[in-house]
Each structure stands twice: as structure tokens, then as C-alpha cells.
Design a protein around this ligand. Sequence first.
Ligand SMILES: [Zn+2]
Ligand SMILES: [Zn+2]
Length: 396
Amino acid sequence: MKDITSYVTELTDELIELRRDFHRHPELGFEEYRTSKVIEEYLQSLGLKTEKVAKTGVVALLRGEKSSEGPVLLMRSDIDALPVQEETQLPFSSENANVMHACGHDAHIAMMLVAAKILSQHTASFAGSIKFVFQPNEEVAGAQVMIDEGVLENPHVDAAMGVHIWSPLPSGTIGIKSGAVTSSMDVFKVTIQGRGGHTGYPDSAVDPVICASQIISQVQTIQTRFVSPMKPIALMFGRVAGGTKNNIIPDTVELEGTIRYLFSTKPGAQDNPTDKFVEMVNSICQTYGCSAAFEINHENDAVVNDPIMTKLGYGAAAQVVGKDNVAEHCSMACEDFAAFADCVPSIFAFIGTARNEANSIYPHHNPKFTIDEATLPTGVSYLVTGALDYLNGGCE
Ligand SMILES: [Zn+2]
Ligand SMILES: [Zn+2]
């Protein structure tokens, strides 16, 4: 019996080749036609039956032979790229103008395909089943579409694993943490209505600019005074717009931004920062004689890792990179794996990929973003180890 690492080592060239092929041919959300065709052909070559879910999503089930009974583990890879013009100069750069795998989902697909290959050769080692889920449109919203189309049933899924290759963490490390590890996000647009006038007669107008300035600074007190300082919030304004000329008080000012918070909240909960935001904006507007109109969308839930699945993930990560290289890590970025984690006990882990020599130090979504390919085998080993540990195993 060999250990998992040696199976992965044998497949490393194939792993890198797959990742480079997906990288060269990126496709935007729900348009991943070539991508899903390559995924299907690869899975079918392993003897797996594939099914299309959520337009361009692919699902395949691998049954263990150790016992006919057993749990079902969902393993998820996202497959979409971003509307970014690549600037890496890599020989396998994107061939599609203004589309790039700038988040690393190309790596996720390759890692999960190779993990599927290894696991398909070891069905005698586990009971239960693995549902491989290749999900479209993560950058907007794809997980919920798959769930709505029944991906968590037939057979019913008991737990889920997901990973993200991660440039904020160094190569050779894996980030694992119980609880919220990516943020909830509400996106807002507030239109503050005043009454325009002459800047020489400010008292005869209702000035939405001074009102907006108060709002921008006052709402920052939501964290600490209304939500515990132990619960991180990032309340950011990305667009402030109003007025046409230096001596005219405008009628309106528009404020747009995001409220990210590293916890999950139910509508109406005491510590919902967005409810408090609306209340404070209304009250500040009232003080200045203005009124506010809101457009608010809840775009993402936090990914909340289950404590038992986190232990499993920690164990797998420690086997792969050693205890000293498992970091507690969470992020204010969003991840729609949250939709799966909301439904079944889940573990979402970050596979570190930053290394100066590999030039893999750029942030996700940057036109120069790239990964350290040396971390691809780490990701595969983590996925295979985690799956076999969950389904009782070890390779035989
Ligand atoms: Zn992304
Ligand atoms: Zn991503």
C-alpha cells in the first residue's frame, strides 16, 4: 500500500497540464461550455456517469465498495472565470479576450478531477459515496441554483467539503477554522433626498451633502456600539455621487457600498448590522431634514464551518502539510459555498499559494494573479485524505 502523496506525485504532470488547459480557456459564469465538456469527458474516462445541473454544472457520483451503506460526501469545485484581461505573460495565458481565471478556479477543477481519479481507484477503501459537484457561476451565484435543481438529493448529501486556493496564505500552508470563514455581504444604494439651492444661502436649502458626510462617518460606530467588537464588520462606501457645480447645493446624493460581516445573521436579529445601518441613516436624515430611499440586496451568506467537519479538515490538513503549517484563517471575501454550508455540515479550507519565486503574490481578481503550481498536489492530497477520513478509510 502506498500513501496518498505517492499517488498524487504520479499524477502531478497531468494535474498541471489540466490546470493550464482550463487556464488557457476561461469562461464566464453559466457559459462554461467547453470547461464542463472537458470535465465530463475526464469523469467519464474514469467510468463515472455524469449529469448536467444548473446549465453548465457537472455532477458525478462515486460509490464506495466497502459497504453498500454509508454517508454521502459532496465535494465541490467552482469552475467559472472573471471578466478580466490577463496580464501575466504566462505561456498558457487566457486565449479569450477579457476573460481570465483570476481567482484560481482553474486550479480547483484540476485538483478535484485528479482527486476523483485517485478516489475512483480506491473504491474498496470506503463505504458510502462521493458526489463530485462542479459548480458554475461562483463569482455571482451558482450554488443555490444547483441546490434548487436538487443537487443535495438523490442520494441525499450528508456533508460537504470545499477548498479555495488562496494567495493571502503562503504555499505549503492550509487555512482551517471553525465558524464563519468568509463574509456575509449586503450591497446597498442609498439616495438622500434634500432640496437644492445656492451655496450662499445654505439655510434656505436642505443640504444632502452634509447629511451624507455625517452618515459616512456615523455608521462606522455600528461595530462596537451596536454589534460586538468581537464580530468583525467592514462597512465600506465605494461610490459617493451628487451635485453638478461648485456653487450649487444638489437635490440628492447617492451613496453605494457594501456591508460585510464575518457572521451569519437572521433577518431581524439584534446584531444585524444592515438593519442598524438603515435605522441610523433614517435618523441622521431626519436630523438634517432629508429623507432616504434604499436599495439593499443580501448577496452572500457567510460560509460557516461545522465544528466536527472542521476537526476532520484539520486532521486531513495536518496529515498533508504538518500541524505547524495549518493556520487558523478567515476572510472578508465572499464565497457562495455558503449555500451548501447552510444546508449540510461543511468544511471550507484555504490552500495557501503565495510564494515569491512563483510570482504568486498578487491578490485574487488581479490581472496578474497566478498560483504556485507546487500547491496543486497539496490541494489534491487534502481532498483525497479528507474524503477517505470522512468515509472511513485510508488507501488500500
Ligand atoms: Zn473570486
Ligand atoms: Zn474564487
